[in-house]
Design a protein around this ligand. Structure first.
Ligand SMILES: O=C(O)CCC(=O)C(=O)O
Ligand SMILES: [Fe+2]
Length: 316
């Protein structure tokens, strides 16, 4: 085990340009980072600065709305986890309520046979927050594709056929969610005692996080029991492995504990997390290339829908 954490920055543009040598290099870098520390940053991705800036501006306008407008969109009114969360609603680390606001969006689905996390989003009226809905959904669709791209590289990194995960990450019954966060500033005294978001691992398969330049995201290094900052890198996405992927790879890939310390400044911190939670019907059962010869899988098979119900249910 390494003595400290290095969170590599991996440029994936060589993969996107279909260069074979570069693709091998990118897949190897992602394999190594996914094994340890389970976190990396990605540049050379397809999400344009223009789209990211437009979304961040719209998110800031949303959070600046009067509290009663946001409360009308509270996630408690949703049967599919969508909408607004105020400071203190979520508790990811025992003893610390998260000092963050959140706004969760997912795929818009209608019909009678809706399943876990499926349904409609909640939106402010267009004149309350002009353009918010449009840019958020534009971003969401772009992220679904980016996420599929990342899974193609993950497939190569596990010596699987490139499109091995396509149905899992991009099907009609795949759960993808995007949550924008605002972390209000805190005082130096409070920073040691409070959390922007308490220590947790992500529940699903893969998370793609856009953070502003405030800093505050930290990952845990188990061997030394210490926390390490994930420094903001311009234009980069922070990518991390979730619990489901850890289980599916028989613990080859690592779902690492992380948290956010609220900014000790006069500025809010903004971040936007995109979670790919996978296809509800998928059975998570040790991927063949992850099982060493003569070994048996560590976990019993579980269906994605059951796994998600359990993990989401425990955190609010
Ligand atoms: O805001 C961040 O930097 C991290 C958010 C996060 O870990 C999460 O939403 O699961
Ligand atoms: Fe997280």
């Amino acid at each position: 085990m390494p003595l400290s954490i290095t969170i590599p920055v991996i440029d994936i543009s060589g993969y996107l340009s279909s260069d074979t040598e570069e693709t091998n290099r990118v897949a190897a870098a992602i394999r190594s980072a996914a094994i340890s520390p389970g976190f990396f940053q990605v540049t050379g991705h397809p999400i344009t600065p223009d789209l990211r800036e437009r979304l961040l501006a719209a998110v800031k306008s949303f959070y600046a709305l009067p509290r009663d407008v946001k409360i009308k969109l509270h996630r408690n009114n949703s049967n599919c986890l969508r909408g607004y969360e105020s400071v203190g609603d979520q508790q990811l680390e025992p003893g610390f309520q998260d000092a963050k606001e959140g706004f969760m969006v997912g795929q818009e689905l209608e019909g009678d046979n809706l399943r876990f996390a499926q349904g409609a989003n909640q939106w402010p009226a267009e004149d309350e927050c002009p353009g918010f809905r449009q840019v958020f959904m534009e971003y969401f669709e772009a992220m679904r594709l980016f996420s599929r791209t990342m899974f193609r590289i993950v497939a190569l990194s596990l010596d699987l056929e490139e499109k091995y995960f396509d149905d899992f990450v991009y099907g009609r019954d795949t759960v993808t969610m995007c949550r924008a966060h605002r972390y209000p500033p805190t005082t130096p005294e409070m920073a040691a005692k409070s959390r922007g978001i308490g220590a947790h691992t992500d529940f699903g398969a893969l998370t793609l996080l856009l953070q502003d330049d405030s800093g505050g995201l930290e990952v845990f290094h188990r061997p030394t029991q210490t926390w390490h900052p994930v420094h903001p890198v311009k234009d980069a996405y922070v990518v991390n492995i979730g619990d489901m992927m850890e289980r599916w790879t028989n613990d080859k890939y690592t779902s690492t504990l992380h948290r956010v310390i609220s900014p000790v400044s006069d500025r809010d911190r903004y971040s936007i997390a995109f979670f790919n939670e996978g296809l509800l019907d998928q059975i998570i059962e040790c991927i063949p290339t992850c099982l060493e010869e003569g070994k048996t899988p560590k976990y019993k098979p579980v269906m994605v829908e059951e796994h998600l119900k359990m993990r989401y249910g425990n955190s609010y």
